[in-house]
Design a protein around this ligand. Structure first.
Ligand code: HEM
Length: 490
């Protein structure tokens, strides 16, 4: 045995038998064909063929890290969630940040919302907050989501993303005007994952020990400062360093520069919801800070890189339906659809036991269920009974719902989301435009015009509808956009 062999552990087959040769396949004679008895070759090729799992249907490309959430303010008047019960309390977290439309191998520096999916490993189970870096979204009914995403992905005929599809859908979905104004503004291309905010976007329910209900929106304000790329800077970076966001995050943590976010909430007492000037469950609207000022409650810090990207990032799963006592859903029609969609995606993408992989399982408690078996079941229940009710001391229900009940009225039906006194599809898009500096307005008009002018020359109707929405938001924006698009399209 050579010195090199002595120093290294023995290479084995998947079954642990020592392997003699990992370089030369067994053949019938030195120049002859391969032998079927060389099962090591087949094992190696077969395992390799199965390395990929389906990529996420959206948010395929992302990076993540572990961290700590520290509560800095007593919030027990609003929620009884135990991980938020004491000032100074710390909870382990895992945050995955992502782009939305691109596939797994796409570039990071693109104009696209960024996902901000946060898992709190609490002592009452995992709580997932699956948000974005934008406070609003393009649509407000879950039934429109697959159609919307189809327009962001590849056209069935051309195999490319098509400006016709993107602007056709947005033009025909005026509720998207607010988010599109946001996306084509300066914050549409963050410089890195560290330099952007996170938002729950949706409204959620908090309930306290007395069962009182509050509606809440979460904000994660970056302590690294907001930094963005211009369209020109991003085009260069996407071409030269497609992994820019993921590398930046990993290297910062390796250097000990732990990125952090200040956590704030906007709280609305349940009684305000019916008469608030905007529908508080409409995901295309913010709650202006003057109405419900953000309250600082904690700090999120990322401080540990995953050791294995596939195991811990690709196989990580987040579900808006993962609640803990004291937190629940709101009647937001998008959120309600998401409560189904994620776990379904996880079962397809990772498998029925996805919840039990190390990154996904509870870290501060354990799961105790009567669910059993399925692909890659690890036998964690040992001999415990697999049915309920039982008289063998198996786990029992608490009789305490995680969230409080809310009143409902009316008849079933395919209802549009209710509108409140000041709701329309354009008011907040216009407010956002009017808040921008002159330079920001100029860049917004240029970015929108560049995008819209990509529509096919014979489809002016798509262009007109798209511009029409911005005109409704702000007459000046509409006028400037019309001129800029005309110049580009000739
Ligand atoms: C009805 C509307 C929506 C549906 C049906 C939907 C569905 C999905 C699905 C199926 C995935 C892939 C999950 C996986 O394979 O693990 C996903 C990922 C994601 N979605 Fe949504 N989505 C919707 C709206 C939203 C909204 C409004 C937000 C943000 C506020 C959002 C944020 C995310 C994030 C951050 C991820 C990536 C999670 C991760 O890092 O694993 N989605 N969505």
């Amino acid at each position: 045995m050579t010195a090199q062999h002595e120093a290294r552990p023995t290479l084995t087959t998947e079954a642990g038998a020592p392997l003699a040769d990992n370089q030369n396949t067994e053949t019938a004679g030195p120049g002859g064909p391969l032998l079927v008895q060389d099962q090591q070759l087949f094992e190696k090729l077969a395992h390799f063929n199965r390395e990929r799992i389906p990529e996420r249907i959206v948010h395929a490309r992302g990076g993540g890290a572990y961290g700590t959430f520290t509560l800095t303010r007593d919030v027990s008047q609003w929620t009884r969630a135990r991980f938020m019960s004491e000032v100074g309390k710390q909870t382990e977290t895992f945050l995955r940040m992502s782009t939305v439309a691109g596939s797994l191998g796409s570039a990071d520096a693109v104009r696209d919302p960024r996902g901000f999916a946060l898992k709190f490993y609490t002592e009452e189970g995992n709580y997932d907050l699956v948000g974005n870096n934008t406070p609003v979204f393009f649509i407000k009914d879950a039934s429109k989501f697959p159609d919307f995403i189809h327009t962001q992905k590849r056209d069935p005929y051309t195999g490319s993303q098509e400006a016709d599809n993107v602007w056709d859908f947005w033009g025909l979905s005026p509720e998207s005007t607010h988010q599109v104004t946001w996306l084509f503004g300066d914050r549409g291309i963050p410089a890195s994952f560290r330099n952007m905010n996170g938002y729950s976007s949706h409204t959620y329910q908090w309930n306290n020990a007395q069962g009182e209900v509050f509606w809440v929106k979460y904000h994660f304000k970056t302590n690294q400062g907001i930094k963005n790329l211009t369209a020109e800077e991003a085009a260069v970076l996407a071409g030269t360093d497609p992994d820019s966001h993921q590398r930046d995050l990993r290297e910062a943590i390796e250097r000990g520069e732990f990125p952090s976010w200040t956590v704030q909430v906007q709280i609305m007492p349940a009684g305000d919801a019916a008469t608030y000037r905007f529908n508080p469950f409409d995901l295309t609207k913010v709650w202006p800070h003057a109405d419900y000022p953000p309250i600082e409650i904690g700090k999120l810090e990322l401080n540990r890189n995953p050791d294995n990207v596939f195991a811990e990032v690709e196989q990580s799963i987040f579900s808006p339906a993962h609640f803990v006592p004291g937190i629940g859903p709101s009647p937001d029609k998008m959120l309600q659809g998401r409560l189904f969609a994620y776990a379904d995606a996880h079962r397809y993408r990772v498998g029925v036991n996805a919840d039990h992989l190390p990154v996904n399982s509870p870290h501060a408690t354990e799961s105790r269920t009567y669910g059993r078996d399925g692909a890659l079941y690890d036998g964690r229940h040992n001999r415990a009974k697999n049915y309920e009710p039982n008289s063998f001391g198996g786990p029992a229900q608490t009789d305490q719902p995680l969230w409080s009940t809310t009143a409902v009225t009316g008849f079933t039906g395919n209802h549009a989301a209710p509108t409140h006194a000041e709701d329309n599809d354009f008011v907040q898009a216009g407010d956002l435009y009017r808040l921008m500096s002159q330079d920001e307005k100029d860049r917004l008009v240029t970015n929108l015009a560049n995008g819209i002018s990509g529509v096919s020359p014979d489809r002016d109707d798509i262009v007109d509808r798209a511009i029409g929405n911005f005109s409704h938001a702000d007459a000046d924006l509409g006028r400037r956009l019309e001129l800029a698009v005309k110049e580009l399209r000739g």
